[in-house]
Write a protein that binds this ligand. Structure first.
Ligand SMILES: Cc1cc2nc3c(=O)[nH]c(=O)nc-3n(C[C@H](O)[C@H](O)[C@H](O)COP(=O)(O)OP(=O)(O)OC[C@H]3O[C@@H](n4cnc5c(N)ncnc54)[C@H](O)[C@@H]3O)c2cc1C
Length: 404
């Protein structure tokens, strides 16, 4: 049987190598970029957070988040790690459950997949952008600008629209829509949050471990904790990405950062009171040196409205209280989130109700399958999106033969 896979990303490579396990299949993988797995190389800051030991349907979103259940049970995290091991990749899990290649290099993941595709005789055609696809009397034909290809079965693994520089495109949606499938609204997910940077511009590049509280119209709508990074447009980092879905909700929003999770506010005030005596002759601009990143300390002191040329010993008790309060509740006015271009994932996609969860076959076009991010499924930050790519790619690559 001829099998065509469109998209040489995470799910497409997994689907192709699964389909090629059956020696009767002749599998061709078409990738529009000059090499396969380009986005994968950028994942996890170049380390590729390829899975998460705690992955469950609760980590996924979309109109039908439970759609992932079958694929995740059929090809679980442990199945995924065993398969990677069998094709040459050793992985390690962090305490948080995040799984990385032991080499700490995303290119190891891409390379072992490439080798496995080659080993199993998959024909990989890069620089091959599929522009249209159509149903034949039997099977499917797809066209690039120069060529046509035929497949008895067709797997669309084109990914979502997020991260255009790394290959994100809406082509997969268009191909599936041409078969009558429907696209939900799409928005960026796992993306930086824009904030009013008038007071924080000097913090560009500063990282901090923080607690985060997102408030909308005065009400807490989400909380998180973890690393944050200040940027010239707002705030970034894993803990921020996880709040971005909520932050795209609009309204009057404020993000409060707890920049000293080690201490309660009263304890921090007491500590700063002692420090006032210990460094009384030091200019105020250095008062928070040793407590926070220097630049962050200065911004806090400015936010409190203090003249930084004063001496630390001149701080009054109310001023110390205000400093401690600002460290515990550092306010950032949210102005939105960055766009799909910067996002790691697309929230929304092709309606999952139009696919069978047990095979990922289209209910509208038999023999057509879809995998990964092109579908209306997006996961939390932490390896969940790639796990969906592997699980869905594996299931679709079975081409409906999931009995064994
Ligand atoms: C910067 C960044 C970091 C990330 N880090 C992580 C992480 O650490 N952990 C995690 O779990 N997730 C991460 N993600 C998300 C994860 O990479 C994606 O969810 C996942 O790659 C989706 O897999 P996919 O197979 O659906 O699509 P993709 O991996 O995007 O692959 C789709 C492929 O199809 C090709 N293609 C598209 N249209 C066509 C066409 N018409 N013809 C031919 N080829 C086509 C594309 O060029 C692409 O190679 C990250 C994403 C980004 C952008």
């Amino acid at each position: 049987m001829k099998v065509l896979v469109i998209g040489g990303g995470a799910s497409g490579m997994m689907a192709a190598l699964t389909a090629a396990e059956d020696p009767r299949n002749q599998v061709t993988l078409l990738e529009r970029q000059s090499r396969v797995g380009r986005k994968l190389l950028a994942t996890g800051n170049g380390r590729c957070n390829l899975s998460n030991l705690h992955a469950s349907p609760a980590n996924y979103h979309g109109e039908q988040p439970d759609f992932v259940r079958h694929a995740m049970e059929y090809f679980s995290v442990s199945d995924t790690l065993a398969l990677f091991r069998s094709i040459g990749l050793i992985t390690v899990a962090e305490e948080s459950g995040k799984v990385y290649p032991f080499s700490d290099q995303a290119n190891s993941v891409v390379d072992v997949l490439r080798f496995a595709l080659e080993q199993r005789g998959v024909t990989v055609r890069c620089g091959c952008e599929v522009l249209s696809a159509g149903k034949k009397a039997r099977g499917y034909s797809v066209k690039t600008a120069e060529e046509s290809f035929y497949g008895d079965k067709l797997i669309i693994a084109c990914g979502g629209a997020a991260g255009a520089k790394l290959g994100g495109t809406d082509l997969g949606y268009k191909l599936l829509q041409s078969f009558g499938h429907h696209l939900t609204s799409i928005t960026p997910s796992l993306v930086q949050i824009r904030t009013d940077v008038s007071t924080t511009r000097s913090l560009k590049g500063v990282r901090a471990e923080a607690g985060l509280i997102l408030k909308r119209n005065g009400q807490t709508v989400a909380t998180n904790r973890g690393e944050v990074q200040f940027t010239d447009f707002g705030i970034s980092g894993p803990a921020v990405f996880e709040l971005s879905r909520e932050a795209s909700g609009g309204g009057e929003q404020i993000l409060l950062l707890d920049l000293m999770q080690l201490m309660e506010e009263a304890e921090l005030t007491a500590y700063l009171t002692e420090k006032r005596t210990a460094v009384s002759g030091v200019p105020l601009e250095d008062f928070l040196t040793g407590v926070l990143h220097n630049r962050l300390g200065r911004v806090i002191l400015k936010q409190v409205g203090l003249d930084l040329t004063r001496l630390s010993g001149s701080l009054t008790d109310p001023e110390l209280n205000r400093i401690a309060h600002t460290i515990k509740f550092f306010p950032l006015t949210v102005t939105g989130v960055m766009g799909l271009e910067q996002a790691q994932v697309t929230a929304g996609g092709i309606c999952t109700s139009e696919f069978r969860p047990d095979t990922l076959e289209s209910r509208l076009a038999p023999g057509l399958f879809a995998t990964g991010e092109v579908l209306d499924i997006d996961g939390d930050c932490g390896g969940f999106n790639l796990q969906w790519a592997w699980s869905s790619g594996r299931l679709a690559g079975k081409l409906g033969q999931t009995g064994e």
